[in-house]
Ligand binder design. Structure first.
Ligand SMILES: [Cu+2]
Length: 636
């Protein structure tokens, strides 16, 4: 008994905001940039065309192009990668050794970014360089088996390196998804190149990084030629992978190599080069962290129509469908897009809405030297008007362009977008050309301009929550965030409208953001009469398939206005199965009596009486003490 009390006493002194010995991240401030809400702004030059981008630190966007004759050079060859500073809008060229053309990418559980696969060495005009004894004028060795690694930095010291071990199989257009232990699964692709795949070069397998041995056959990729490149793939909370390719959908259990077929895709092809906008909608306490994936737009072409059709004239589809694969094998329709789109980018905003931008109204991704192409572009009529999807709006009213101005820059094939920590959206790329191609006669030229878009909340005073931990785990104890009067607009009842969300911004390429995910943490609150409050915030659910380990941004959103996002590490920052604990119950929400506008709000939002809160706190404290005692006993 004495030792229990002793243990309780020790742990009471460590309990700061409900968390034991937690190191805190720096509290977020206000955005350092100004912008006009609802508008795009051209802010800089990416040096190389932004075919692939990701946010590596809160300030650095990494840009990867295919090999082409960019005027910026590095180490005696044209550059095809760069690091872009969001705060200064300056970029530095980076050296990547091999051809990154249509590679895949994602971030591992230890924070290392991977860029996987690519194409053979090429020369002027994007033509293959076939001399095996040299690397041609662009000095770009074969990238098909490459695994490129980058540990992002803020001091310009970091560079790309090649992993010691290559892929088992060359892959051009592979998908990369991260698994529960922070390692990567690499799926599909083609051996050589072309607008769509064919049986002669199909790579109907998956493999892992770090390697788990030979590639494993994935039959859906045999059945879904030719539109099976970059198969649309998400790790589901069940631990299965949703794989959507051409008109088929399947659940893949990568532990047993078994497929469970789901319903065929309605209305349109959604994978590249039809390139629908796709996204896993937010996983929240309200939907019990159930995954729903939405597909919008794309192109209605049958397998025999990809060649021999003037695809640039085909109107893109408007259809939007959703599937919750852990619950049902069937798709349901959601509100269609206001205009048809191929190559739409879907970006999670911290306020729970989805921002849709980029793409074309006719045609598809891809390019070629066809007489009917626009230059070389297989897409035409860029859609400049962004549109926002609100999953909470009534059916029929979920898409809206209210207050949103169009961009002045068409973003066609090989364009990209991602969310920045200040809640603006970074947009770049567009290059439906086989090589660097600019000039007054080139309609869809190689685009270097970087834009930012400023959502409706951008100029609001941002919450500055204190107490955000550097690491978020799976289950276990909750942590407390404190919010000031200013953070709550002087009314602690705004705690009722406050959420804590974690967003992985993903690896953006080809109208996909691989690994992009939005997860809301469970929370409750204690409001005080002076207009301040404390949020009690659970860690992630005790299941790493809800949100895999690795770096992500944490936002506290008060009445639709997000804090500036803080970089947090999900898990322990290492590869391997993360620790998973039972979730400790949150205290009930409560509002101190006498709160200014609190009349008639004697009970908290969840209907629980505030009077029980102190005893819950004591229970939590007691449980901490017991857990710590058991640990002490176990360890010695
Ligand atoms: Cu491509």
């Amino acid at each position: 008994m004495d030792s229990t009390l002793f243990s309780l006493a020790i742990f009471s002194s460590f309990i700061v905001g409900g968390v034991v010995g937690q190191s805190l991240a720096e509290a977020p401030g206000q955005p350092t940039h100004s912008g006009t809400t609802g508008q795009f702004e051209i802010v800089g030059d990416s040096l190389v065309s932004a075919q692939q981008i990701f946010l590596g630190t809160v300030d650095k966007v990494y840009v990867i192009d295919k090999v082409e004759n960019n005027p910026t050079r590095i180490n005696d060859h044209p550059a095809w990668a760069a690091e872009y500073s969001v705060s200064t809008n300056k970029a530095r060229a980076m050296d990547v050794r091999t051809n990154t053309f249509c590679a895949g990418g994602n971030v591992l559980g230890n924070g290392t970014w991977v860029n996987v696969g690519g194409n053979q060495p090429i020369t002027f005009g994007g033509l293959n360089w076939d001399d095996p004894n040299s690397n041609g004028p662009y000095n770009d060795p074969d990238g098909r088996k490459s695994i490129r690694l980058l540990n992002p930095c803020d001091d310009e010291s970091c560079n790309w390196s090649e992993a010691e071990r290559e892929l088992h199989t060359g892959r051009w257009y592979p998908t990369v998804e991260i698994l529960e232990d922070g390692t990567a699964i690499i799926i599909g692709g083609a051996a050589n190149g072309g607008y769509v795949n064919d049986a002669g070069q199909d790579v109907p397998t998956y493999e892992f990084f770090p390697s788990r041995g030979d590639p494993v056959h994935l039959p859906i990729l045999d059945r879904t030629l030719p539109a099976n490149l970059y198969p649309l793939t998400w790790l589901l909370p069940s631990g299965q992978l949703l794989v959507q390719s051409n008109w088929e959908t399947t659940l893949l259990d990568y532990h047993t190599n078994e497929e469970t077929p789901l319903d065929n895709m309605p209305d349109a092809v959604r994978v590249y080069p039809a390139s629908a906008g796709t996204i896993m909608l937010g996983l929240t306490p309200a939907n019990n962290w159930t995954a729903t994936i939405m597909f919008c737009g794309g192109t209605n072409l049958q397998p025999d129509q990809w060649y021999g059709t003037q695809v640039v004239k085909i109107p893109a589809e408007t259809s939007c469908v959703k599937i919750s694969p852990d619950v049902s094998p069937s798709y349901t329709h959601d509100d269609p897009l206001p205009v048809g789109r191929s190559m739409a980018n879907f970006i999670h905003l911290p306020n729970g809405k989805v921002f849709c931008l980029n793409g074309v109204e006719t045609g598809t991704a891809g390019y070629g030297n066809d007489t009917w192409a626009i230059g070389e572009s297989y897409g035409d009529n860029p859609v400049l008007q962004p549109v926002v999807y609100d999953p909470a709006a009534p059916k029929g009213q979920r898409w809206s362009s209210d207050g949103l101005s169009p961009s002045t820059i068409g973003r066609l094939y090989h364009s990209t977008a991602l969310l920045l920590p200040d809640g603006s959206v970074f947009v770049s790329g567009s290059n439906p050309n086989s090589d660097y191609n600019v000039g007054p006669d080139v309609k869809y030229f190689t685009e270097y301009r970087v834009e930012r878009f400023y959502p409706s909340y951008y100029n609001e005073r941002r919450p500055e929550p204190k107490g955000i931990p550097q690491k978020i785990g799976y289950g276990g104890s909750y942590f407390d965030l404190t919010l000031s009067q200013d953070d709550l607009s002087g009314d602690s009842n705004n705690l009722n409208k406050t959420t804590v969300v974690i967003i992985r911004t993903g690896f953006s390429t080809h109208a996909m953001n691989m690994g992009q995910r939005y997860v809301q943490l469970d929370s409750s609150y204690t409001g005080y009469a002076n207009g301040t409050g404390v949020l009690h915030v659970s860690q992630l659910p005790p299941n790493p398939a809800v949100l895999v380990p690795g770096p992500a941004l944490l936002f506290v959103v008060v009445d639709g206005v997000p804090s500036v996002g803080v970089e947090v590490m999900i898990g322990n920052g290492q590869l391997g199965a993360p620790e998973v604990q039972q979730t400790l119950a949150l205290p009930s929400s409560s509002m101190e009596s006498g709160t200014s506008s609190q009349q008639g709000h004697e009970e908290s939002a969840d209907g629980k009486n505030s009077a029980i809160r102190p005893s819950n706190s004591m229970t939590a404290l007691y449980v901490f003490g017991l857990i710590s005692l058991f640990r002490v006993i176990r360890d010695f």
